[in-house]
Design a protein around this ligand. Structure first.
Ligand code: PLP
Length: 366
């Protein structure tokens, strides 16, 4: 049996550090926005290479608070990938702005810069690229387009903590980076958590106010804010895990290299190939085949976990039926949804397990 993801292996190894983090917070008697949060914000900003990090409640709210801090709302358009998790879209529609979906490059999975340029209108305010599956989007091209049109760029870094473009971390490449620390992400809390990274002090300060009821000084509310605070326990757990993140990502790269070696040359099987300027962190290892459902069944019968990320693109979800995108309106995202399959991938997956998985895949597609 090879599970899709083995979080328990990681937590078994980290138990002493996590227990110590728990005890520190219990002994402090302080549970929301305190010393652990401040320390994590400083450590995570340093890790990402930004001057500021603001801890918030989760990844969706990190995206949403960036848009609110830029006063993006009704009448504005935000360019998003057609091929993404629905959270990217939900952040835009939550502030009342219009999503303008843009298709991925031919080999995917990320947004195509050439198509971004064609989707810009007089109402466009921001571009929200996603580093899907831990593979960096083409930020050089996206930043150049944004610069020409005076647009803001907020990176959705939920799947790419630690990934780099030409030596610089995702989350430091746009005007802001929105991070999720949902437990299954490369850097995961033991519950919900998120953060915004940026070099823009005004943006960081506004998000600090917005996340805490619109207040900088207790009981003085300078605007209508939200409750999206990071709690001390999660920050303490994240501090312990952050020390391991680069090592974990390095192991994920070894797993991906092994998959590439063992799965190469299987007819009809598309393998992920990151551009040479990108250093991905392999949040997911996603292969493509028109025989996806059959392959998933074979893996399941062999005791190997696999998942589909994602089976229904946002524009075909009932939640967005009112936007009027029909089937066939975003064919590349739809083709991805019909053919992608995520194989087991995590920081504790053995290379012998990868060999076993590859044997089953090869036999299934032979
Ligand atoms: C997980 C995820 C989010 C949302 O993060 P939460 O912490 O669950 O709110 C946003 N975008 C992408 C691409 C994600 O994978």
């Amino acid at each position: 049996m090879i599970p899709f993801l083995d979080i328990k292996a990681m937590h078994a190894e980290l138990k002493p550090e996590l227990d110590a983090a728990y005890r520190r917070v219990m002994d402090s008697g302080w549970f929301v926005l305190g010393r652990e949060v401040e320390a994590f914000e400083a450590e995570y900003a340093a890790f990402c290479g930004t001057t500021h990090c603001v801890g918030v409640g989760n990844g969706l709210e990190a995206l949403e608070l960036v848009l609110r801090a830029w006063d993006i709302g009704a009448g504005d358009e935000v360019i998003v990938p057609s091929n993404t998790y629905i959270a990217t879209w939900l952040a835009v529609t939550a502030v009342g702005a219009r999503v303008v979906p843009v298709e991925p490059t031919a080999n995917g999975p990320n947004i195509d810069p050439d198509r971004i340029a064609r989707a810009i209108t007089a109402r466009t305010r921001a571009i929200m690229p996603v580093h899907l599956y831990g593979e960096p989007a083409d930020m050089d091209s996206i930043k150049a387009i944004a610069g020409r049109h005076g647009l803001r760029v907020v990176e959705d870094v939920a799947q790419a903590q630690g990934a780099k473009v030409r030596g610089r971390r995702c989350g430091s490449l746009g005007h802001a980076g929105a991070h999720s620390f949902y437990p299954t992400k490369n850097l995961g809390a033991l519950g919900d958590a998120g953060a915004v990274t940026t070099d823009d002090v005004a943006l960081a300060n506004r998000i600090r106010v917005l996340r805490n009821y619109g207040s900088r000084v207790k009981y003085v509310n300078i605007e209508r804010g939200f409750n999206s605070r990071l709690d001390e326990l999660q920050a303490a757990f994240l501090r312990a895990k952050l020390l391991r993140l680069d090592g974990w990502n390095q192991h994920r790269r070894a797993v991906a290299a092994r998959y590439l070696d063992r799965l190469s040359g299987i007819p009809g099987l598309g393998l992920p190939r990151a551009p040479q300027w990108a250093e991905p962190v392999w949040h997911l290892y996603v292969v493509r085949t028109p025989r996806r459902d059959e392959l998933m069944g074979r893996l399941d019968r062999a005791g190997i976990g696999s998942l589909i990320h994602y089976p229904i693109p946002p524009h075909l979800q009932q939640a967005y039926a009112s936007l009027g995108f029909g089937k066939g309106s975003l064919p590349l995202a739809e083709a991805m949804a019909d053919t992608v399959l995520s194989l087991p991938m995590d920081a504790y997956l053995g290379l012998d397990a990868v060999d076993e998985i590859a044997r089953v895949v090869r036999a299934a597609l032979a």
